[in-house]
Design a protein around this ligand. Structure first.
Ligand code: SAT
Ligand code: MN
Length: 598
């Protein structure tokens, strides 16, 4: 049943239906009844498994195609009229070619299926942050996920009215063939087309596609920022809550950090953590010139392997009910398991590939057969998170006092340092790098440059993006301080030097003290670093020797690092803001002690 008076929306739905030829069209209203029906249909079609409702009430299970378990960046395109608008770090295709190629794949792709019309909002309806979208999809799994990750249904149609603006999102699983898969963004048309995939970031089009790629483009045009950042509040014993935003590449522990449990000594003192978001932040300057942030999502789409009551008890509590588990082991009793779960390994089950699985199994090459895919995920409503901040619901967002950049670096980057000013901080963000994780296709462990953790998500030329950061800083009353952290440094035996997880609060607490100007810091070539006595190590037994390892600047590693940075910047040619190169030269001089050619 059609339930809109929005002529443009109706026309577009009809056009897309003509192209995809679904058997029927269902307009989603977001009701509980509709959810039940979707689950029933999904069950019948084998797309969804209802889990053990006693142990996991309201929970579902889904398995994606084996070649469809992570975002496919090489098949992801920014389609702008001019190639320069997409920049050297994005795949580009002309809109004409992209529409033509995709049309061939969408043609008849929904035959025998239902096309669901999913109106959704990112950010609170009515707030100045809010953006509306409509996703057409032939996947029940997508609809059920969008129900959790976005505000979805009737309310959104109402907000759209008769002529409201919206992002046109078209998705079809088609035949789930990687050879016939495309994730296309048309920022100039406010349109996203995704075909041939059923995996999260490729198909939940409100998430990376809209809330980052399209939104970053809109943000530049409209004077705000869409960032790949968690947002968290840290409450100090005085009751004061300070909010920070932190950018890390996918699967570097953003979800864990956003809901960390303070170590006992901090808990006793009265520290508390408040979660606002774990993946995406939309940031805007308010009238006072302060930077304010909202999380435009209403759910989490977090990594499961390694998640347990020790590493992330708040996530464990969050996904106890009403959650979707993707690509994990399905046990005989219709519960789920993954590597690193609290429970010991079950003796049998069906693994993420749909194979009968037993512990200790190996493949033909002798490699262990995993129960869960390393990038297996849970989808859960954010309201189920025990540490959810009440400020999450503030339509004006929270005031951001510090920005944290971080990556997964075995070597090179110290535990923490602070940029001396905004332009230096933008350079720190622009030089972020990280080892590849299971969320990306590619060689695990390989270091790749990932400015602001946005390399896969910036919807326009990154040189312009750096400039947008620099210009936004100039408009701020007093810009938040910018920090860089690395929880992942390893020693000569390959062991992590820093305990990580809850203990990261020790570093965050230093960051807060620096942000409020309570304490001084030591100078280092990279930036300002803590005096050892300014971080509370009670209960950790951290020696001066370990401390030195955490902050060591190894000249030969840094020679290599600086060359890698320069090679990366060279891609942008004369588009690169001069300030970035100036900061690069200054850092070169600070590390190597002389003017050298860069
Ligand atoms: O891209 S997803 O949203 O599927 C996961 C991630 O990379 O953060
Ligand atoms: Mn992410």
């Amino acid at each position: 049943m059609n339930s809109t008076n929005h002529i443009e929306l109706e026309k577009w739905v009809n056009e897309m239906a003509q192209l995809c030829q679904p058997d029927k069209i269902v307009w989603c209203n977001g009701s509980e009844r509709e959810k039940k029906q979707l689950i029933q249909e999904g069950n019948a079609a084998g797309e969804i498994v209802e889990l053990n409702q006693k142990k996991l009430p309201g929970c579902l299970f889904h398995r994606t195609h084996q070649n469809d378990v992570a975002r496919t960046e090489h098949l992801t395109f920014i389609c702008t009229n001019k190639k320069e608008a997409a920049g050297p770090t994005n795949n580009w295709m002309s809109p004409k070619e992209a529409y033509e190629k995709a049309k061939a794949l969408f043609n008849g792709s929904m035959k025998g299926r239902t096309m669901y019309v999913v109106p959704f909002a990112m950010g609170q309806i009515g707030s100045k942050f809010c953006k509306l979208g409509v996703e057409l999809t032939d996947s029940i799994y997508v609809v059920l996920n969008m129900r959790i990750m976005t505000t979805m249904g009737k309310k959104v149609l109402k907000a759209l009215g008769t002529n409201g603006e919206f992002t046109k999102c078209l998705h079809s699983k088609a035949d789930l063939n990687i050879e016939r898969r495309l994730i296309l963004h048309f920022p100039e048309d406010n349109t996203i087309w995704s075909v041939g995939s059923g995996y999260g970031g490729n198909v939940l089009l409100g998430k990376k596609c809209l809330a980052l790629r399209i939104a970053s483009h809109l943000g530049r045009k409209e004077g705000w920022m869409a960032e790949h950042m968690l947002i968290m509040g840290i409450e100090e014993p005085s009751g004061k809550v300070t909010y920070v935003a932190a950018a890390f590449p996918s699967a570097c522990g953003k979800t864990n950090l956003a809901m960390i449990v303070p170590p006992p000594v901090f808990e006793k003192k009265g520290y508390k953590i408040w979660t606002v978001g774990d993946d995406i932040a939309w940031l805007k300057l308010d009238e006072e010139g302060d930077l304010r942030a909202v999380n435009p999502e209403t759910g989490f789409f977090g990594v499961l392997p390694g998640t347990n009551s020790k590493t992330n008890p708040n996530a464990m509590a969050t996904f106890k009910k009403n959650s979707i588990f993707t690509n994990v082991l399905l046990k005989k009793d219709k519960t789920v398991w993954w590597e690193g779960h609290d429970d010991p390994s079950p003796q049998e089950g069906t693994n993420w590939q749909g194979m009968d699985w037993k512990p200790g199994m190996t493949d033909l090459a002798g490699k262990p057969v995993l129960a869960a895919h390393p990038n297996s995920r849970f989808t859960s409503p954010i309201t189920q998170c025990p540490t959810l901040s009440k400020e999450y619901f503030d339509p004006n967002g929270v005031k951001i006092s510090a920005i944290i950049f971080g990556g997964r670096r075995n070597h090179t980057a110290p535990l923490v340092f602070e940029a001396r000013n905004w332009p230096e901080g933008v350079y720190v963000g622009a030089t972020m790098a990280s080892e590849l994780t299971a969320a990306q296709m590619g060689k695990l462990g390989e270091v790749r440059r990932d400015p602001m953790a946005m390399i896969p998500f910036c919807g326009y030329n990154m040189a312009d993006y750096f400039n947008h950061w620099l210009e936004t800083g100039k408009k701020m009353k007093s810009p938040p301080k910018i920090f860089h952290v690395n929880w992942f440094r390893r020693d000569e035996n390959g062991k992590f030097i820093w305990p990580g997880y809850g203990d990261n609060l020790r570093v965050l607490s230093w960051i807060l003290k620096r942000s409020s100007g309570e304490i001084s810091a030591e100078d280092s070539p990279l930036g300002l670093i803590p005096k050892m006595e300014d971080i509370d190590f009670t209960g950790l037994n951290l020696t001066r020797e370990t401390w030195n390892k955490l902050f060591d600047i190894n000249q030969s590693e840094w020679e290599h690092e600086m060359t890698d940075r320069k090679n990366f910047f060279n891609k942008f040619g004369s588009d690169l803001p001069a300030s970035i190169l100036e900061e690069h030269t200054k850092l070169q001089e600070r590390i190597f002690g002389q003017t050298v050619s860069v």
